[in-house]
Design a protein around this ligand. Structure first.
Ligand code: NAP
Length: 285
């Protein structure tokens, strides 16, 4: 029988990539807000109990640092209590739990790459609720993979995220973008994260907490400029400070991640070039 993988949030950025990476070898089931209200933890529990999965991949989160600041209760429920519940079920039902954390658990005060051995020091509600989930999964169940990831680009059946929004703006005729050059992270192709998830599900990685990022770091300005250069699209990208875009949440400006435990993934520029090739093909079709 094929292993049963339940992907919670299968239509989002990371979930879409994982579905593509798993393929027909697995019996993949998905749930998003069309069939599940993950704020209702009893409903999630019932779904996990009924499905009897071998693996649960949790891609559901309350995303958006400002949104979390405005709705801390919802952020705590989706980002902390939901993963904690899944850890309890993992322990009881003996399934593998794959969960995603974020570079947002760090303040960025180190102003350098952050590895798994660096101690989180979140500065906003998003980071705090994500970190509390890390802690409750690491202590709450044995069969866990907590993958800390950074700014994602890639295909998605869900809402567009940062880079896709910039691509859509230029496609829509906007020729002048102002992008922060002092927010530095580890841009990563979601397809690369998905290959690590597949390796974890297949038993090639020991349980634990891992940073999973393409190699290198970039400011948002560098990421967007590189994408338009690779696409050959004419757009003026102006570097500005993030303070020009006031936010409700405190920022963690310099939080590139470093993998201390897994073999390095390809450089983000190589991954971006592959993604841009697919974007070009998409618009040419
Ligand atoms: N994307 C990034 O740059 C990034 C960076 C660092 C960490 N992460 C982490 O990676 C994980 C996956 O993020 P993502 O980018 O894939 O998110 P995403 O694109 O926003 O996808 C979220 C998924 O969860 C579903 N969902 C959200 N709220 C739900 C609810 N209340 N009930 C049921 N389903 C719900 C969405 O379905 P609907 O569309 O139907 O609501 C969607 O399928 C998260 O833990 C996030 O914190 C992401």
């Amino acid at each position: 029988m094929r292993p049963k993988v339940l992907i919670l949030g299968h239509t989002g950025k990371v979930g879409t990539a994982i579905r593509a990476a798993l393929g027909p070898k697995y019996d993949v089931l998905g749930a998003n807000s069309a069939v599940l209200d993950a704020n209702d933890l009893a409903m999630v529990g019932a779904m996990v109990a009924d499905t009897k999965p071998d693996v649960v991949v949790n891609c559901i989160a309350h995303l958006g640092e400002d949104a979390c600041e405005r709705e801390p209760d919802r952020a705590f429920r989706l980002n902390t209590l939901l993963p904690r519940l899944l850890a309890d079920y993992s322990e009881r039902q003996a399934f593998k739990l794959v969960h995603f954390s974020s570079d947002g658990v760090f303040s960025g005060r180190k102003r350098d790459f952050l590895g798994e051995s660096d101690v989180p020091d979140p500065v906003n509600i998003y980071g705090l609720t994500k970190y509390m989930a890390d802690v409750s999964i690491l202590g709450g169940c044995e069969r866990h993979f907590v993958f800390r990831i950074s700014v994602q680009f890639g295909e998605s059946d869900g809402k567009p995220q940062f880079l896709e929004k910039m691509i859509a703006r230029v496609r829509g005729g906007d020729r002048h973008l102002r992008i922060a050059d002092d927010i530095v992270s580890s841009p990563t192709y979601s397809a690369d994260v998905a290959t690590v998830v597949r390796a974890a599900i297949e038993g090639d990685i020991n349980y634990g907490l891992y940073h999973v990022v393409d190699t290198g770091s970039a400011s948002l300005y560098e990421l967007v400029s590189a994408a338009f250069e690779m696409l050959g699209w004419r757009a003026e990208v102006e570097p500005v400070s993030h303070v020009e875009f006031p936010t409700a949440a405190r920022k963690h400006p310099i939080t590139p991640l470093r993998q201390e435990k897994l073999p390095p993934l390809r450089h983000w520029r190589a991954a971006l070039a592959e993604y841009c090739g697919r974007v070009e093909y998409h618009y040419a079709a």
